[in-house]
Design a protein around this ligand. Structure first.
Ligand SMILES: Nc1ncnc2c1ncn2[C@@H]1O[C@H](COP(=O)(O)OP(=O)(O)OP(=O)(O)O)[C@@H](O)[C@H]1O
Length: 491
């Protein structure tokens, strides 16, 4: 059972257990040359673990791995995978933040050694960025730690597709568009189709079912560590995919229609004017409102959220806030989780006052809060005392939501918060946000997903650090948002 030479890679009966958790429970999978395989499944289904096995970073507990028809299970490693041209774009990006873009390219491509390596590494990565993301605005000498998460994602993708001594035979992309805006995501997906047409192979992991259906030749659905469905991409609709995932997702259209948008009057809870704003526009959010921030990524939306969070002290704008705030950070790894702490401590950290007994944090109260939210938001873990890093990416994101929603914040700021969250959970969280807003909570929500703007009472479109459009929900259309996003800001 070691497949045929057409199989770039083939797995038979692969298993991986983490204690009691069966992350992979007998997975069979084959990828051929010249095809894009879509991989979908709920948060914690086992997709990233499967990718880690393929890339050689996780050794399976059982099963057979073969490359081009040859059984390579014994001693399979990162080096074996690299030599075979298997490249990965990880969900939690793997670039070194203290190095430049060119230096990060050098780390992956050992052929870039010797005299003038820095110049050659820079040329290689910039050339690939130009090919995939024309107009990317990234320079070879930029420090990766200074780049936005979207740009870091672009560098990681370009690095995986770059060719030096070994060609990229199979590129595995784990949620590659989750922090890209619609325009840049479309550039990537078009490139993937070209790469596959030229004989390359891709595994595309995503929770954005539309992009999977449009891009993948074949779609594999995982549930609880098993492959539960496999068909040609054209054989699935969004609904049949959701059903195969065993997701509880309901069509949210009814919920959205029933949601009566309103612009409240009276004293706002937040009033904020971006630093670069030269006209009279400002962002206003009243109690009970859901306010959306839109536009192409990197045009001042995150700076606006941080200016509000810092109540103007970041110097990024004029801000007036009343009441406590909480932030669901966009960069989960760097700004969101405390990686050495348990799920319970990560959930409770924004509610310390409520969790105190006397001067001390009451661990029983902290556990009770974490248990309550594990149930409410469906965090998949056998134990809330486990380290936060034992959760899948989407489940870590749910813990960050729980942290903000469980807090006493009257205004919750959300920086593209659905990154990596599965379709079923998203619908539940949308419902929770609407309920909380009905109860008087304010949400200010930056999103790169156009559909999510439909949940907002009011949307501000950003361009070049300024608000360029201000749309009540009744006037909101995708066309208007795109038009404003690309329009030059008037000074
Ligand atoms: N290092 C680890 N220690 C303990 N459990 C782990 C570890 N890595 C993964 N798991 C568990 O294995 C299961 C599968 O996780 P995996 O990250 O593969 O899911 P996923 O399908 O990629 O989810 P997501 O869509 O959220 O990224 C989860 O229950 C997760 O908690």
């Amino acid at each position: 059972m070691s497949g045929t030479p057409e199989n770039i890679v083939r797995l038979d009966g692969v298993e991986k257990h983490f204690g009691a958790v069966r992350a992979l429970d007998g997975v069979d999978l084959a990828v051929n040359a010249g095809e894009c395989v879509g991989l979908v499944g709920h948060n914690g289904a086992g997709k990233s673990t499967l990718m880690n096995v393929l890339s050689g970073t996780t050794a399976p507990g059982a099963g057979v791995i073969s490359l081009r028809g040859v059984d390579v299970t014994r001693g399979y490693s990162v080096a074996t995978a690299t030599t075979a041209g298997i490249r990965c774009v990880f969900q939690e990006l793997s670039l070194c933040p203290n190095l430049t873009v060119a230096e990060n390219a050098r780390i992956m491509h050992s052929a870039l050694s010797g005299f003038g390596w820095r110049r050659r590494a820079g040329a290689l990565i910039i050339d690939q960025l130009d090919r995939i993301f024309p107009g990317h605005g990234i320079a070879a000498g930029d420090n990766v730690g200074d780049l936005s998460i979207a740009r870091r994602q672009m560098v990681e993708i370009a690095r995986a597709f770059s060719v030096t001594d070994t060609a990229a035979a199979l590129v595995i992309l784990d949620e590659p568009t989750s922090s890209l805006d619609a325009h840049v995501a479309a550039q990537l997906l078009a490139f993937v189709r070209d790469f596959v047409a030229a004989g390359g192979s891709c595994i595309l992991i995503s929770h954005l079912l539309g992009e999977i259906i449009d891009t993948a030749d074949r779609i594999i659905v995982m549930r609880d560590g098993k492959v539960v469905a496999e068909r040609a991409g054209s054989g699935f609709t969004r609904d049949s995919l959701v059903a195969a995932m065993g997701s509880v997702a309901k069509d949210d259209a009814a919920g959205r229609a029933a949601f009566a948008s309103k612009r409240e009057s009276g004293a706002p809870r937040v009033r904020a004017k971006p630093k670069a704003q030269t006209d009279g526009r400002d962002l206003v959010a009243h109690p009970g409102e859901i306010v959306g921030l839109a536009g192409l990524d990197g045009h001042g939306q995150k700076a606006m959220l941080l200016a509000i969070m810092g109540e103007g002290e970041t110097g990024q704008g004029d801000v007036t806030v009343t009441g406590p705030l909480a932030l669901v950070a966009g960069d989960r790894q760097n700004d969101g989780i405390f990686p050495l702490w348990s799920i319970a401590r990560n959930t409770g950290i924004r509610s310390l006052r409520a969790l105190r007994t006397g001067f001390l944090i009451d661990r029983k109260k902290e556990d009770a809060l974490a248990e309550e939210w594990r149930e409410r938001i469906g965090i998949r873990t056998p134990d809330v005392h486990n380290n936060i890093l034992s959760l899948s990416g989407g489940n870590q994101q749910k813990a960050l939501f729980a942290r903000a929603l469980a807090s006493d914040a009257e205004t919750v700021l959300m920086d593209d918060p659905m990154r990596g969250v599965d379709v079923g959970t998203k619908q539940e969280v949308y419902g929770m946000i609407r309920e909380e807003a009905k109860g008087g909570r304010t949400f200010i929500w930056y999103t790169t997903e156009m559909d999510e703007l439909d949940h907002c009472d009011h949307v501000y479109v950003f361009r070049d650090g300024r608000i360029v459009a201000d749309l009540p929900r009744s006037e909101l259309t995708e066309e208007k948002v795109l038009h404003s996003s690309f329009e030059e800001a008037k000074s």
